[in-house]
Design a protein around this ligand. Structure first.
Ligand SMILES: *Cc1c(COP(=O)(O)O)cnc(C)c1O
Length: 432
């Protein structure tokens, strides 16, 4: 589709002063062809761009906005916090409240430290795991994205998958050698890695539901197997729940699947659209963090009171309303509708919803790991994507990203989306 006039102009301006015109690569729409639109404002499940076009939003700030845009209670909490100031560089009461809330709701988290992004959370968790175990190696899984820390950019999903960058220049080779990458859902590969490298392994880090390669759910027992394998060799198990935390269940994937990691990385939903991350876990491990312990990690704006107030308000609503079964039901209906529409047009498709996350791949399926996901027809996806956008539906601009729904998405929004999707798939299949 053609971008609106104002979006197009802004994009041209932006590219002069910012690499690629965006502040995070996937926003540039490189994987789907075309140009990004610039947003003017948003309300509930709808975004309006600077040219006045409206979209039903399934990106939701890439995950944080589980209550949709501009939730009144969240906005009120933000306004009240702002009234008191922006940031003080001293502890504030709301940091304690949010920490207590997270400790109460996330089963394995006994202590938590706030940072400013998911990337910081996973980087800090790995540093802590290395310090605690006195070991250097980490295991990650293909297609899992853990932010842009040096150690994590081997075979990462998300933007890296979208852009087809195998790793990235600027990461020293000796650093990449400390990260072993295995296929997701592959117990034999884990077993082999633990046999060969167990003595040197600091941690296994995993997205318990992979949301940065589309959406890949763990096979029955896979997460429990990781728990056993790490216990066997004395490594820590880190769940990167930056996306799944408070999204697939109130207590995150660890509550949903009943597996307790040693450390957990959080972000996105806990900040309600503000730059917030956190890592937490076992008290004896977290106690190693400075100033209680000897592992340094700090942040000028960490625990920012406006961000904390927003996150706390959002978590309080989630706890009070427990919307997860309704969200999963709606996301499930959306996925089924997309898969059926694809099949009507002779396009192979498979998909699923986990809580308020969903993913559809235009392949036969099943998709159990990143290699399976890579079978998607990217040209077809691009045509489909552009038609959806034209029809007022905003999905993440890549075949390798999960979609999100919020409590602001009603049944009528899902129905309207499915009508657009149906038309988009028909046209994409006919190369119109
Ligand atoms: C988004 C994401 C991150 C990175 O968080 P940022 O806030 O973008 O740094 C890390 N891990 C997972 C699983 C994510 O989805």
């Amino acid at each position: 589709m053609n971008p609106g006039k104002r979006s197009h102009g802004l994009y041209r301006q932006a590219r002069e002063v910012t690499p690629g015109g965006v502040n995070s690569p996937v926003r540039a729409f490189g994987a789907v062809g075309g140009e990004p639109f610039f947003t003017e404002r948003a309300d509930g499940c709808r975004l309006r761009d600077v040219d006045g076009r409206e979209y039903i939003d399934y990106v939701l700030s890439w995950g944080p906005l589980i209550l949709g845009h501009g939730n009144p209670q969240v906005m009120e909490a933000v306004a009240a916090a702002l009234e008191r100031g922006t940031h003080f560089g001293t502890p504030t009461p709301v940091e304690v409240e949010l920490a207590e809330k997270i400790v109460a709701l996330v089963p394995s988290v006994e202590m938590v430290r706030f940072v400013n992004s998911g990337t910081e959370a996973t980087m800090s968790a790995i540093r802590l795991a290395r310090a605690y175990t006195g070991r250097d190696l980490i295991v990650k899984f293909e297609g899992c994205y853990h932010g842009h820390g040096d150690s994590f950019l081997a075979s990462a999903g998300s933007g890296i998958a979208t852009l087809g960058i195998p790793s990235t220049p600027g990461v020293p080779e000796p650093v990449t050698r400390l990260t072993l990458t295995l296929p997701f859902n592959d117990r034999d590969a884990v077993d082999e890695a633990v046999k060969r490298h167990g003595d040197a392994l600091a941690a296994i880090i995993v997205e318990p539901v992979v949301g940065n390669a589309g959406l890949i759910a763990p096979d029955d027992g896979f997460l429990a197997y990781l728990r056993e394998a790490t216990e066997r060799c004395g490594a820590l198990l880190i769940f990167d729940e930056v996306m799944t935390g408070f999204r697939v269940a109130l207590g995150g994937a660890q509550a949903r699947y009943g597996v307790a990691p040693d450390l957990t990385a959080l972000g996105k939903v806990i900040g309600a659209g503000f730059p917030v991350g956190a890592y937490g876990g076992r008290r004896d491990v977290m106690s190693r963090i400075a100033p209680e312990g000897d592992v340094y990690q700090a942040g000028t704006l960490s625990g920012n009171p406006v961000a904390m107030a927003a996150g706390l308000a959002q978590l309080e609503i989630l706890e009070r309303d427990d919307p997860y079964s309704i969200l999963e039901e709606r996301a499930g209906r959306l996925v089924e509708g997309i898969v059926e529409a694809a099949r009507r047009n002779d396009i192979p498709a498979t998909g699923r919803a986990v809580g308020s996350m969903f993913g559809v791949y235009f392949v036969e399926g099943p998709v159990r790991d990143f290699q399976d996901a890579l079978g998607v027809d990217r040209d077809l996806f691009g045509r489909y994507y552009r038609e959806c956008l034209e029809g007022g539906v905003f999905f993440a601009p890549s075949p390798f990203e999960a979609g999100f729904i919020s409590t602001a998405h009603g049944d009528a929004d899902i129905d309207a989306t499915l009508e657009t999707v149906d038309r988009a798939l028909a046209r994409a299949a006919r190369h119109e």
